[in-house]
Write a protein that binds this ligand. Structure first.
Ligand SMILES: [Zn+2]
Ligand SMILES: [Zn+2]
Length: 321
């Protein structure tokens, strides 16, 4: 098992992107991605151009269902799932169909403005069970910390956690064209079982919530309790626990060096409280005793990018049961 850097949302000229499949894969290699999902609008025809020998980055099957009521990222599904009959009120059953095909569903940029800027970009689906979603894009496009729409998407994610839903925060570049290497983009990390085929490994990691989003650094996070160790995505019994975490630079450091990224504060979000600890240095383990009550706990790192104050990393939650 190891952490994989994964872009879950990108386009080619199989829909409205400006890049060929090979140009997008070259971009992914420059960004030192392990995996990229090509999510063209309502088509996966780009896959026909991907060689089965493709290694850097590996390609994960995906599609962006694009409707007048919102956009939906569907990844790793092992069958074609009908989406052309989507309406604002029947997404629940379509998500269940994706899950039946071992696929994963993320809400794409749910709080972006719709008409007159981008018809259908706003999320107008009504879900009877919002917890069916596996994740929500809370970072979208470049400089994700600048966007009011991303802040609203993060608030939506937290409100769903407060309702007891289990779902992960997702970063999406939504690349349509080339960009300069010093343009800051976030990235997802998922903890994959390398012994499985990529789509199965991704499905299991996303469905289990083993993920975090970051502008660059990696995080190790564990919760120890009565001799047991829990990690991101796990369900942890309520009670006295020791939370440990450390930040690492990882093997994409030369990509995010251009962002002038400096961590400043570690925030532990525990139900609706926040415990803030100043960041000191990479590779140093910080420990904290917590008396966990039913709910969730996740970690967020704040700091600066190119001198702007920004959210640098957000983990998926551990759920306290
Ligand atoms: Zn979209
Ligand atoms: Zn898109």
């Amino acid at each position: 098992m190891r952490w994989y850097s994964i872009e879950t949302h990108a386009h080619t000229f199989h829909s409205d992107g400006k890049l060929s499949v090979q140009q997008l894969l070259d971009l992914g290699e420059r960004q030192k991605l392990d995996v990229i999902s090509i999510t063209d609008h309502n088509t996966d025809s780009a896959l026909d151009e991907v060689s089965s020998a493709q290694r850097n980055p590996m390609v994960l099957r995906g599609m962006e269902w694009t409707t007048y009521y919102g956009h939906v990222i569907v990844l790793a599904a092992q069958d074609f799932i009908e989406f052309r009959d989507l309406t604002p009120v029947n997404l629940d059953s379509h998500i269940q169909s994706v899950h039946g095909a071992k696929g994963i569903v993320f809400a794409a940029h749910p709080c972006d403005p719709g008409e007159p800027f981008c018809t259908g970009c706003h999320w107008d689906f009504h879900l009877n069970s919002p917890g069916l979603l596996d994740g929500i894009e809370i970072w979208h496009e470049d400089h994700p910390y600048r966007s009011l729409w991303n802040k609203k998407a993060e608030e939506l994610w937290i409100s769903l956690l407060n309702q007891g839903c289990h779902l992960i925060p997702v970063s999406s570049s939504d690349w349509h064209d080339a960009f300069s290497p010093d343009t800051p983009y976030g990235i997802n990390y998922f903890y994959l079982d390398e012994s499985l085929p990529l789509s199965d490994a991704f499905h299991d990691a996303a469905a289990s919530g083993r993920s975090f989003i970051t502008m660059g650094p990696l995080i190790d996070l564990s919760i120890q309790q009565n001799g047991n160790t829990f990690s991101i995505g796990d369900s942890v019994p309520a009670g006295r626990s020791l939370l440990s975490l450390s930040l690492h630079k990882g093997n994409r450091q030369d990509v995010w060096n251009a962002y002038e990224l400096h961590p400043d504060m570690i925030e532990i979000h525990y139900n609706q409280q926040v415990i803030a600890i100043p960041f000191e240095q990479y590779d140093k383990t910080i420990q904290m005793n917590l008396n966990l009550a039913k709910g969730y706990v996740y970690v967020k790192i704040m700091g600066t990018i190119q001198k702007e104050y920004a959210s640098l990393l957000v983990t998926a939650p551990c759920y306290v049961i």
